[in-house]
Ligand binder design. Structure first.
Ligand SMILES: Cc1ncc(COP(=O)(O)O)c(C=O)c1O
Length: 404
């Protein structure tokens, strides 16, 4: 079980006040607050004397250890091997880079399959790569009347033996819906297509397991799970070896280094390891992976209590519509709502003035909002994280009720 008091004291930002009240950070899907050990690890890297990689002296050797430590930590987070972890500026940049390399293998007559439930960072890079390569793009749809679940019939209709890639999200950053990752991966693999999973929204809430799902690629961003602004990509070892990256000479580097262009943010990588350690600290077990598995069970149990309370309350507020699943199963604690008669921007700014921080707009879930006919204003997004409290759930519900 999560010790909520102890978890909250680990986040210095949670003590921030606005007009005498503590701030309720319900903007986690846009980026979580940062755990104190992460801040300390990043400062320490810069305090003790840093250096670039590859030098024959202490600080350079230590930088190498920081990079290797972060690869091992994220490998534990994803259940991968350290050699399968690539770092980059963020998920979007990593996806642009990887999509270019994967697209080099496509031929005219091929097709790729994207999903309408995705953040645009897992749509536009592929759309543009498809245009350059002259391949067709097909979509998997979701059903707004069924909790915004992906419609797997549309996947079955979309894929065939010419499908080279299926790119989809682990969970929607707009409406919180989870997707059946293993099932989609299996169907893609049946026709010989690669899979590219966006786990950016999912990772603060649920256990990632690239071994059991079998995906070829998976991407996440540490700033969504209590760490710094760094993107993390998993790619199966054989693919990271066989695909050709766009990179500078000399080209003799081996994977995963050959996928990392320029100088990495080493201080961030020190923070990435500390963020994984923070997650592991919420669980018990012998190995770090064991503790991560146990931590996510605790996170999920606690977040379910927040979800149940939010769903019970929101159902009683006339004039507020919820988009997405109305039950805790199959979703993250991320809720997209509409308040009748008040624009999402006005709702978010009224709540912001009360110290309740939520997002409005499309948060780059561009296809989702178009499908829900909510573009261009979008919806209000209220997102809970395991450091949020039942009192904060009630506080946002009361504030929404007062707006109707
Ligand atoms: C589901 C999802 N995918 C991708 C992204 C883009 O991530 P990044 O900012 O690391 O490029 C986000 C950012 O909000 C997201 O929520």
């Amino acid at each position: 079980m999560i010790d909520i008091t102890s978890a909250r004291t680990t986040f210095p930002a949670l003590s921030r006040r606005l007009d005498g009240r503590t701030v309720a950070y319900l903007d986690g899907p846009g980026g979580t607050q940062v755990a104190a050990p992460v801040i300390e690890a990043m400062s320490r890297f810069m305090e003790v004397g840093g250096s670039n990689l590859g030098g024959p002296f202490a600080t350079s050797v230590e930088t190498g250890e920081v990079v290797n430590g972060a690869r091992a930590a994220v490998a534990d987070l994803f259940n991968a091997d350290p050699g399968e972890i690539v770092f980059g500026q963020n998920m979007t940049s990593l996806t642009y880079a990887m999509s270019r390399s994967i697209a080099r293998t496509w031929r005219r007559g091929d097709n790729i399959v994207l999903s309408r439930l995705d953040h645009d960072a897992n749509v536009s890079p592929w759309l543009q790569a498809a245009k350059d390569a002259g391949v067709t793009v097909r979509y998997v749809d979701f059903d707004p009347d069924d909790g915004c679940s992906l419609e797997l019939e549309t996947l079955d209709r979309a894929i065939d033996r010419y499908t080279r890639l299926v790119a989809f999200t682990h969970a929607s950053n707009a409406v919180g819906t989870l997707t059946p990752v293993s099932e989609i991966v299996d169907r893609a693999h049946d026709v010989g297509a690669l899979t590219y999973v966006d786990a950016v929204h999912y990772t603060p809430h649920g256990l990632v397991d690239v071994r059991s799902t079998g995906t070829d690629f998976l991407v996440a961003s540490a700033y969504k799970w209590f760490g710094p602004h760094t993107g993390c990509l998993f790619g199966k070892a054989d693919l990271l070896e066989s695909l050709e990256p766009y990179k500078l000479r000399p080209t003799h580097d081996t994977a995963p280094d050959r996928w990392e262009t320029g100088t990495q943010s080493f201080e961030s990588l020190a923070g990435v390891t500390a963020a994984v350690e923070y997650i592991a600290s919420l669980g018990t077990g012998e190995t770090r992976r064991d503790r991560i598995v146990s931590a996510y069970a605790a996170i999920s149990a606690y977040e379910t209590t927040l979800t149940e309370r939010f769903l019970a309350g929101i159902g009683h507020i006339d004039g507020v519509d919820l988009y997405g699943r109305g039950t805790p199963e199959g979703r993250t604690p991320t809720f997209a709502v509409d308040v009748a008669g008040t624009s999402p921007a006005e709702v978010a700014s009224s709540l912001g003035a009360l110290g309740i921080f939520v997002w409005d707009g499309d948060y780059y879930a561009y296809e989702v909002m178009r499908r829900l006919r909510k573009d261009p204003d979008g919806l209000v997004r209220i997102g809970f994280i395991h450091y949020n409290t039942v009192e904060e759930v009630d506080r946002v519900l009361d504030a929404l009720a007062a707006l109707t």
